[in-house]
Design a protein. Structure first.
Length: 270
C-alpha cells in the first residue's frame, strides 16, 4: 500500500512524496517537486499510478508515478490558493472537485484540459471539498463563511446550505454507511454531525479539542467511528453512538496536525 506526504520548505516550494510500507519500514518510492506549497492530494480511482495535487498558486497538478519528471498536466484556473482536491469514488464517474480560497469550487474531468463547471455561493474561502461516497455527482464543501454546503454537479446552484458553526469550518466528511450523514470540524474546537433530512440542529456534537480542528474523517469500517486532528497537536478517535464518545487521544505530535486518513485495507492503520 502506498501513502503520500507533503513537504513545505521555507522557500515556498512543495514536494509530493509517494511512500510504500514494507516489512522493514517505510520507503520513498517517488518524489516530485512543485514551485509552490502543496495543500492536498487525491489518488486516481481508476489508475493506481496517478495522483492530483493542488497548490498555493491556485493550480492543480496531475502526476504519474511511472514518469520521473514533472506533472503530466497543470490546470491553472483558481485565482487564489487551491486548498482541497478530491477524486470521485462512485462508479462510472471520473470527476475531480477542487476548492479554493477564491471562494469557488471547480469540477474537472482529468481527460479534459479545462474545468467543466465552477460553483459559486460561498462567501468565504473554501477549505474542504469532499465527494459523497454514495450519491453520484454530489459533493460537500466547508468554508470560512461558517457553512457546510451540498452541491449537485447536474445543477448550477447550491443544493443545501447548513449554518454549521459560529466559526470557520475547516473540514468535512461523509459517513461511509449513511448517505445523509456528514461531519464538520471547525475553529470553535467542535465536531458536529449533520443529517441532511433535518439540518435545524446537529445529530451529535463532539467536544474535547482545545484548538481548531483541521481535518476529520469517518471510519471506512465502522458507521459511528471517526478521527480528527487539530492545531492542539492531538489526534482523537470518537464513537458518536456512545455516551462518552471520546475513545482515545493520541499526543505523539509536537506541532500542528494538519491531515489524517484511515486505511481502506487495514482496520487499525491511520
Amino acid at each position: 500500500s502506498c501513502d503520500v506526504l507533503f513537504h513545505f520548505s521555507g522557500l515556498g516550494c512543495g514536494t509530493l512524496a509517494v511512500l510504500e510500507q514494507k516489512e522493514a519500514g517505510i520507503v520513498l518510492l517517488r518524489s516530485f517537486d512543485w514551485n509552490d506549497g502543496l495543500f492536498d492530494v487525491t489518488w486516481s480511482e481508476n489508475n493506481e499510478n496517478m495522483l492530483i495535487t493542488c497548490s498555493g498558486d491556485g493550480s492543480l497538478q496531475i502526476w504519474d508515478m511511472a514518469k520521473t519528471k514533472g506533472p503530466l498536466q497543470v490546470y491553472k484556473e483558481h485565482t487564489l490558493e487551491a486548498y482541497s482536491v478530491d477524486w470521485s469514488q462512485t462508479r462510472g464517474e471520473q470527476l475531480v472537485v477542487s476548492g479554493s480560497w477564491d471562494q469557488t469550487a471547480k469540477l474537472w474531468d482529468p481527460a479534459v484540459g479545462k474545468s467543466l463547471c465552477t460553483f459559486k455561493g460561498h462567501e468565504g474561502v473554501i477549505y474542504s471539498t469532499i465527494w459523497s461516497p454514495h450519491i453520484p455527482g454530489c459533493f460537500a464543501s466547508a468554508s470560512g463563511d461558517q457553512t457546510l454546503r451540498i452541491w449537485d454537479v447536474k445543477a448550477p446552484g447550491v443544493k443545501l446550505v447548513i449554518p454549521a458553526h459560529q466559526a470557520e469550518v475547516l473540514s468535512c466528511d461523509w459517513c461511509k454507511y449513511d448517505e445523509n450523514l456528514l461531519v464538520t470540524g471547525a475553529v470553535d474546537c467542535s465536531l458536529k454531525g449533520w443529517d441532511l433530512r433535518n439540518i435545524r440542529q446537529p445529530v451529535f456534537v463532539l467536544l474535547g479539542h482545545t484548538y481548531a480542528i483541521r481535518r476529520v474523517k469517518f471510519s471506512p469500517f465502522h458507521a459511528t467511528i471517526l478521527a480528527s486532528c487539530s492545531y492542539d497537536f492531538t489526534v482523537r478517535f470518537w464513537d458518536f453512538s456512545k455516551p462518552n464518545p471520546l475513545l482515545e487521544t493520541v499526543e505523539h505530535h509536537t506541532e500542528f496536525t494538519c491531515g489524517i486518513d484511515l486505511s481502506l485495507h487495514n482496520r487499525g492503520q491511520v
